[in-house]
Design a protein around this ligand. Structure first.
Ligand SMILES: NC(=O)c1ccc[n+]([C@@H]2O[C@H](COP(=O)([O-])OP(=O)(O)OC[C@H]3O[C@@H](n4cnc5c(N)ncnc54)[C@H](O)[C@@H]3O)[C@@H](O)[C@H]2O)c1
Length: 254
């Protein structure tokens, strides 16, 4: 088990929810941290954790460059990138044309382009430092849990689903392309986790029986840490499924 103390991490989308839980846990493990988000609240999170904070949109190359540059300036290296920022709302093939085009830009910008830009920016820095970890935050819509059907059981979010499937292309290509540089690249594919995103998607009165199964962000943070602690010999190109209502344990590598 590799310790994380002294490693430098970037967590995107850390103003709240799962990203905030990742940030808190990585600092508790002794990491140097940069947090980013487009919400002002990320400043309070960063200040409390003693992290470097960069406000901006992950789909904006200038923001990505600034976040990565400041991290190197402050800490001298980057060992861990957690591409967590993302957003979701209902979309589908019968949506209004103009709305659909705008939804595509926004959802793919946050969920796919942001991960792409951050990955591109950090890979040479990690490689120069001898290796690292890139973790792309995906969803169980991409890696369906027990009992899901062939269509993965989640209609009504076509752009969200497509944007997260697109992460597979980055994850699997980068895992292969960056293996010789000692960089591991994996997907975290969690199911329903209690955050503002989930509450917005499901509305004000979610089914109480379903709600009782939701994971807490801290459980996902535990799995993130276990993934990172695998060290340089750990898994790469894996999609780690975590499912609401199932035990939250690290599955063996596939
Ligand atoms: N909550 C769930 O049930 C669930 C399930 C599967 C996957 N996920 C994934 O987990 C990740 C975190 O989601 P969450 O549930 O904590 O949501 P959340 O809405 O609570 O937090 C997401 C954070 O990302 C930030 N963000 C979004 N788009 C951004 C952008 N373009 N630039 C900068 N910041 C941006 C938001 O401002 C917010 O602070 C997302 O990638 C989401 O798709 C969540």
């Amino acid at each position: 088990m590799a310790g994380l103390r002294g490693q430098t991490a970037i967590v995107t989308g850390a103003a709240r929810g799962i990203g905030e839980a990742f940030a808190r846990r990585l600092v508790a493990e002794g990491c140097n941290l940069t947090v980013t988000d487009r919400l002002e609240r990320v400043r309070a999170v960063g200040d409390e954790l003693g992290a470097t904070t960069v406000l901006g949109d992950v789909a904006d190359p200038a923001h990505v460059w600034e976040a990565v540059g400041r991290t190197v300036d402050v800490y001298g290296s980057i060992d861990i990138l957690v591409n967590n920022a993302g957003e979701a709302w209902a979309t589908g093939p019968n949506d209004d044309w103009d709305r659909a085009a705008a939804d595509y830009e926004r959802i793919f910008g946050s969920n796919t382009k942001g991960a792409f830009l951050f990955g591109r920016a950090v890979a040479p820095i990690m490689a120069a430092g001898g290796g690292g970890n890139i973790v792309n935050v995906s969803t169980d819509h991409v890696k369906p849990g027990p009992g899901c059907d062939r269509l993965h059981g989640h209609g009504g979010m076509d752009l969200y689903n497509a944007s997260k499937w697109a992460l597979n292309g980055l994850t699997f290509d980068w895992a292969r392309s960056l293996a010789d540089s000692g960089i591991r690249v994996n997907n975290l594919c969690m199911g329903a986790t209690e955050t503002e995103m989930l509450r917005r998607v499901l509305g004000p009165k979610p089914d109480p029986a379903y709600q009782a199964t939701w994971m807490q962000p801290e459980q996902t943070a535990q799995i993130l840490v276990e993934l990172l602690q695998e060290g340089s010999a750990g898994r790469t190109a894996d999609s780690i499924g975590l499912y609401a209502g199932e035990p939250s344990v690290m599955p063996p590598p596939e």
